[in-house]
Design a protein around this ligand. Sequence first.
Ligand code: SAM
Ligand code: DTB
Ligand code: SF4
Length: 365
Amino acid sequence: MPVVSESPAVPSPASDQAHALRHDWSRAEVCALLELPLPELLHRAGSVHRRHFDPAEVQVSTLLSVKTGGCPEDCGYCPQAARYHTGVEASKLMDTEAVLAKARQARDAGASRFCMGAAWRSPKDRDIPKVAAMIAGVKALGLETCATLGMLSGGQARALRDAGLDYYNHNLDTAPEFYDQVIHTREFQDRLDTLGHVRDVGMKTCCGGIVGMGESRGQRAGLLQALANLPAHPDSVPINRLVKVEGTPLADDAALVELDPFEFVRTVAVARLLMPQSMVRLSAGRESMSDELQALCFVAGANSIFYGEKLLTTGNPDTARDLALFARLGLRPMPLATVPATVHAGIVESPVGAEPSAAAPSRAA
Ligand code: SAM
Ligand code: DTB
Ligand code: SF4
């Protein structure tokens, strides 16, 4: 008897199929998926991954911190918060030409998307024309553009879209009920509001969170549930593993228990199951992961990475290591032409039995 399908709380593989993308996941359902025997969870996530993507293709993004440090917020994980003594020096917004030189390097190294990050609570209106010039310049290089600048007003979102911004990254970071233990200077609802402004002007959303901050498995389910139940699934879902930077409250918390690496894999797999058409990105924390752990994440349905020696202020695997890993695993960068159109709530999954070939993902670009 197939023990794993017995519980009514565990959505069965059959119910994954032939249905519109769901936005009504209950906490119990998400918890039940997280608790599946790992081989069963990986099998389900891998099957869903294949239905929508070529599992050998990995989308490659490069990050650049265009405005580093000195941030007024108190996010307990972040080395860029001015109030923590982390050794990160505050700097001004970079010149456009310097940003474009980095973008050109990233493109030449094989990245298809360039993400510009700023350590702001929210941009000032006077910053927008400068960021818009960067976006227009990066776009002109043939790269997809992404920015993460903090909270946005509707007008700011429109201005960034008009400059050519494809994606806006704004994370929920953690479950609503754990949020207050990590961040006090802005509300969970503020994040939902910014994501709403981004969607309303037609930009794609990049939205995920961080695991390994001391949350419970139920709270990891809460993050995944909140992401999947957004009005539209985020187009990209970065799953970050906490990078502990000395001086931040989370790194300095001696009671914080290290996350079991398999819990990270489970989180990736359930993100893939809940948001089958989204890019699930293996984000911060890769530098300290073994090749084997990263491979398991790709098996679990991750299909995007940050590529390049640096994230914003912390390290990332060097490009030679990533290229060697891709070669060992038989993976290749996803060509821009394959990057899917935005994930809308109404897109219907492939019917049962209609398995697209590995080389022909079901989502039209
Ligand atoms: N200031 C903007 C904001 O908070 O929206 C944009 C930059 S902020 C650094 C972007 C995201 O980076 C955060 O939401 C968080 O998910 C991630 N992040 C920051 N520090 C991290 C760390 N130490 N480990 C893992 N992820 C981190
Ligand atoms: C995301 O989810 N992770 C990236 C990107 N979006 C902006 C940032 C990770 C930052 C890790 C800590 C640092 O390098 O400062
Ligand atoms: Fe500032 Fe963003 Fe870091 Fe929070 S995560 S302290 S808002 S840079």
